[in-house]
Design a protein around this ligand. Sequence first.
Ligand SMILES: [Zn+2]
Length: 122
Amino acid sequence: MSQDKAAEEQHIKRMADLLRQGSTLTELACPACASPLFRLKSGDLWCAKCEKKVIVVKEGEEPAKITGSMVLDSLEATLLAKIQEVQSKMQHEENMEELQKLGTVLSGLLENLEKIRKAKRV
Ligand SMILES: [Zn+2]
């Protein structure tokens, strides 16, 4: 396994962990790496790739949204909706085996989201 691949998997795992802890995935992207930003329970925006808070400079000013093709936009919206659906299922699921399955689904969805976001940057 290459370094890059390992780093990518770590990143996906961190995102899945954030969701499990009740953070919400936002449609905003990190200004530094274009990774999806999470809203922590504290209200802070967090980049799981840079592993740091993303500070919104001015009141009402949000990090840049990535613009791309309509196809990618709708794929992205579908993935976001699915991720939120899996996240809410996980919060109510107590069966460990089911949780494991949901975790795998979640990682796959996050990975695809990453791919779409990367494609949109080009
Ligand atoms: Zn970042």
